[in-house]
Write a protein that binds this ligand. Structure first.
Ligand code: OOG
Ligand code: NI
Length: 466
């Protein structure tokens, strides 16, 4: 049968993230250095804590622990965004969440294309934080029109990448030969181009309007601007980056160090200034530079409910009212202290986080529960109290707008902060995307409820009857 010859979307995504990693390490050697540091710290953390290692062995694939978890691109037009959605779908990546970054002074709004569902995430969790430039936030109407015109003339996908995406949509998948070709063709979209699309004068005008606009409009395609492996100890890496000759951003974004990790902590090394050339009006190439690409690391904790997230946002805002982290790192220690103090109000045991309804948990039968015989109860709390059911935190697989803005800002240069009127426009984004984005809270709530239903069904021995 034809379907049997299709490569799974998980395998296409794995091949794609491996190809992207190899390309990026060659393009940005400092990123390779960061990967070495991550592998070293992860190995040290596991060696120092055998119990933690044993726990991870049960739930994760240890040999892939230091692999990339996400990357990011910035697109210029609605057509690019909707085509990107179609290409990512071939790899089993779907838009989850809407992030408005205008409030934080970055003229983009974004989603994350990611695998959805436990199985797919375990096979390969790679996701891409994808932003769409918002020229509507640029006051200079003339520059806006010129930028639109430049963007309308570029084609960021190769003809074969488009053809293979259409083929996958039409046939319901790709065979091995086509899948390999698809990966190498789509990779082209993410490649760095050291020859800009614009003249030096235009680059400077775009750059003066906002560095991000120059980054999106001046080039042939949306070069991958960072990749992000997972670390088991983000504080250790932040502290040791300078030993490896790489400059960390001022502070770690997200919650402070805690016993029970919540949401997402991330940090990066600062974007590098790289040589590029611009074509002058007379056709000659002129040497210049552009700063866009960096490396990042992430450490993930439990997904929070809307109530937990509101508390997180409140405490983060409170700490930033006391100390706003300066881009040069001069008040990093004060910021960390303020953050830690503010988060004293966020419970730090799983039991309390659960009882207060702050986080999402996956429920499963204990050993005792598996041997219990028929128990016809729908009272999950009772089942936990009698030791038949246990709970584990569900990992947060998405992003945080304040953190994302911090990552953007630190890599756009310390003077790039700009004020925009807050103007989230999810509806516009979804029209441009050609699809709605999945609501992350609904998604986690669904996983949690599914695990409760499974426990109750298994205990009442109902599965066989269904
Ligand atoms: C994306 C920054 C956001 C994250 O991890 O929060 C991001 C960008 O710089 O394009 O990747
Ligand atoms: Ni990132």
């Amino acid at each position: 049968m034809k379907e049997n010859s299709f490569v799974s979307t998980d395998d296409i995504r794995s091949a794609f993230s491996a190809a992207m990693s190899a390309m990026y390490r060659t393009e940005v050697p400092a990123y390779g250095t960061l990967m070495e540091l991550v592998a070293t710290v992860n190995a040290e953390t596991l060696a120092a804590d055998p119990a933690f290692k044993a726990r991870l062995e049960d739930t994760d694939t240890l040999e892939r622990i230091s692999e990339e978890r996400h990357g990011a691109i910035r697109l210029g037009t609605p057509a690019e965004l909707s085509m990107m959605r179609r290409a990512f779908a071939v790899m089993g990546m779907y838009p989850v969440g809407y992030y408005d970054l205008s409030t934080a002074g970055v003229p983009v709004h974004s989603t994350a294309f990611r695998p959805v569902g436990d199985e797919a995430l375990k096979r390969n969790p790679f996701r891409v934080f994808t932003s769409l430039l918002r020229l509507d936030l640029i006051d200079d109407m003339e520059l806006r029109a010129e930028a639109e015109d430049i963007l309308s003339r570029r084609q960021i996908f190769t003809p074969l990448a488009v053809a293979l995406t259409e083929k996958a949509e039409h046939d319901g998948g790709l065979n091995k030969v086509d899948a390999d070709r698809f990966v190498s063709e789509v990779l082209e979209t993410f490649r760095w181009h050291d020859k800009a699309n614009v003249s030096p004068a235009m680059y400077h005008r775009l750059h003066d309007a906002h560095r991000l606009i120059a980054d999106v409009v001046s080039f042939k395609g949306p070069h991958i601007n960072h990749l992000t492996p997972r670390t088991l100890d983000i504080d250790a890496i932040q502290a040791r980056m300078p030993d490896y000759g790489i400059a960390p951003k001022a502070v770690v974004e997200g919650p402070p160090t805690r016993r029970c990790a919540i949401l997402l902590r991330q940090t990066s090394f600062k974007a590098l200034e790289e040589p590029v050339s611009f074509q002058a009006e007379d056709g000659s190439w002129q040497a210049g530079s552009h700063t866009a690409r960096f490396g990042e690391i992430e450490q993930r904790g439990i997904a929070l409910t809307p109530k937990g997230r509101a508390l997180y946002d409140e405490l983060l805002t409170a700490s930033r009212k006391i100390v706003r982290p300066a881009a040069d790192g001069s008040n990093a220690a004060e910021y960390e202290k303020a953050l830690e103090q503010a988060f004293v109000d966020f419970p730090d045991t799983w039991a309390e986080i659960r009882i207060k309804g702050l986080g999402y948990f996956a429920y499963s039968l204990t050993e005792k529960g598996r041997r219990a015989g028929v128990v016809a109860s729908t009272d999950i709390e009772g089942l936990i109290a009698t030791g038949l059911v246990q709970f584990d935190p569900i990992v947060y697989e998405d992003f945080l707008p304040v953190s994302a803005a911090g990552i953007f800002q630190s890599n756009l240069g310390d003077d790039a902060a700009q004020e925009f009127v807050a103007s989230p426009n999810q509806q516009r984004f979804e029209i441009d995307l050609g699809a709605t984005v999945l609501n992350e809270f609904d998604h986690y709530a669904g996983i949690e409820q599914g695990s409760i239903d499974d426990c109750i069904r298994a205990l009442s021995k109902l599965e066989a009857a269904e």
